[in-house]
Design a binder for this molecule. Structure first.
Ligand code: SAH
Ligand code: SF4
Ligand code: F3S
Length: 475
């Protein structure tokens, strides 16, 4: 799963801006809530669940922080800088709180779960702390604050999937939507805080997933992003038939809702992605040919210390299987961490050589940030100096940028089926959309509508974007 406030991004997507709640027009009873979201797509999807829970309980939402009765920040704890961003943001709320002491400041999500009561003790502004599995309790927690108390619920559940809650789409372009299929993670990669902030892995029931996707299609959405920390380990047993639904079956069933509904998913784990998943992708033309397969490192010694449970050779074998089954055009992206504990120059060279062997389309790249309480923090020393981490990261970013350029150039002169998502950021004479393999394409508008498919001939590219024109003879 990818954090959206990313350190090194090379697409033109506006992903690093916090997303905020939209307005409800309905008359509301209990006050207006403003929600700002940080972190990965799952957090953004959760904010949509939170909004639904609040609206169902008589609250309204607002995108204007000044008129909010409650300000909720849905936070991330994946790296220290994600948490620093939130602390900094809280400082800017001081003025709001001093003008209106009644305004409620709440912290949701992974940082809330990690720091628990500490947040209320350290940040005097904070009135409410709610972890990722306690959102059904939010109306009750907000009620407690009205009675003059601070409110906290950081209970992690083994069952909660919010499967029955229909999310309220925030800032949606009406074309693409996130659908959570599971929560938590059981993997225990040594560097990672997620198992501690999101708890045990659990899969959402199939029927509620299909129902949500069907409704989205009927509302005009044309792209579904199925979300989980490790989607390949999706497992759900039908209680009456005892049929086991694995991830390959889940994507096949969602793909059958309509051939015009594109299915994407993330994140895949190299140890779990099966050939069955790849064959399901091949069989259904509307399952997008793009796989996000975090590598983290190209060095077996480091992969072992990270407890990733695969080797470089295993990872490369999965890449070979993807290209053999789905062809060379299938988009493949990665995550890499530079400067994990004890990483030496040879380990770093192994990461660069992995990149050179694969030639990825895209990557999210980070310097290692020690997270308190994780196995790595307990067992190893964070001993790669920051300058070395940053230098290695820069080399990785530079190489990835070169590779993104190579992969994009390979698409020049091809004709791509593009789902139109909206006006290009730079010009309202241009539309933008995505190719099947997840590349952003900008092209001069014709008569097509947002949410429709067009054939675009790719004529040029940058490292982050493809440029093209409508291929009218073929539409
Ligand atoms: N479930 C996903 C990852 C979720 S976190 C997976 O297994 O791939 C997204 C990415 O953040 C990770 O892939 C990793 O590259 C990065 N990350 C996680 N913990 C980190 C840490 N402590 N320091 C730096 N980067 C980290
Ligand atoms: Fe973290 Fe590993 Fe789980 Fe991903 S698979 S969320 S990196 S523990
Ligand atoms: Fe996502 Fe950040 Fe939590 S990446 S799962 S919001 S720690």
């Amino acid at each position: 799963m990818q954090e959206l406030n990313i350190l090194a991004k090379s697409t033109s997507d506006n992903l690093d801006l916090p997303r905020i709640s939209s307005d409800t027009n309905d008359s509301f009873l209990l006050g207006k809530v403003y929600i700002e979201s940080y972190g990965c797509q799952m957090n953004f999807a959760d904010s949509e669940v939170v909004t639904a829970i609040l609206i169902n309980n008589g609250y309204g939402t607002t995108s204007n922080i000044q008129e909010a009765d409650s300000i909720l920040l849905n936070t991330c704890a994946i790296r220290d800088n994600a948490e620093q961003k939130i602390r900094h943001r809280l400082q800017t709320f001081k003025a709001i709180k001093s003008k209106n002491p009644k305004v409620v400041i709440g912290i949701l999500g992974c940082m809330a779960e990690r720091l628990k009561t500490k947040l209320i003790e350290e940040e005097k502004l904070v009135d409410l702390v709610a972890g990722p599995d306690s959102y059904r309790d939010l109306p009750n927690l907000l009620g407690q604050i009205e009675n003059g108390q601070k409110a906290i619920n950081v209970f992690l559940s083994k069952e909660e999937t919010y499967g029955d809650i229909e999310p309220v789409r925030l800032h949606s372009n009406g074309v693409s939507a996130f659908v959570s299929i599971m929560r938590g993670c059981d993997n225990m990669c040594s560097f990672c805080v997620v198992p501690f902030t999101r708890g045990r892995e659990r899969s959402r029931d199939l029927d509620s997933i299909l129902d949500e996707c069907q409704k989205l299609y009927e509302k005009g959405f044309r792209e579904i992003n199925l979300l989980g920390q490790n989607v390949d380990s999706y497992r759900w047993e039908n209680p009456s038939t005892k049929e086991l639904i694995t991830f390959d079956k889940l994507i096949s069933l969602t793909a059958q809702i309509h051939t015009d509904l594109r299915i994407r998913f993330s994140t895949s784990h190299p140890k779990d992605i099966t050939n069955e998943v790849l064959y399901a992708m091949k069989k259904h033309s509307n399952i997008c040919k793009n796989i996000h397969l975090p590598a983290q490192s190209g060095s077996n010694r480091i992969l072992d210390k990270m407890n990733r449970t695969y080797t470089r050779e295993w990872y490369l074998d999965r890449i070979r299987a993807i290209r053999e089954i789905l062809g060379n055009d299938c988009g493949i992206s990665h995550d890499i961490i530079a400067g994990f504990c004890s990483e030496d120059d040879q380990d770093h060279q192994d990461t660069l050589s992995l990149l050179n062997e694969v030639i990825f389309d895209f990557g999210y790249m980070f310097t290692y940030s020690e997270r308190p309480g994780t196995p790595a923090a307990k067992k190893y020393t964070d001993n790669v100096p920051l300058e070395v981490k940053s230098k290695r990261l820069q080399e990785i970013i530079d190489l990835q940028r070169k590779h993104s350029g190579i992969r994009n150039e390979q698409m020049i002169n091809s004709i791509q089926k593009v789902l139109v998502e909206g006006n290009s950021k730079k010009s309202n004479q241009h539309h933008f959309g995505k190719t099947d393999n997840n590349k952003i394409v900008v092209f001069e508008k014709g008569s097509e509508k947002v949410g429709s498919y067009v054939d675009v001939k790719i004529t040029a590219c940058t490292t982050g974007t493809l440029l093209g024109h409508l291929n009218l003879t073929n539409t």
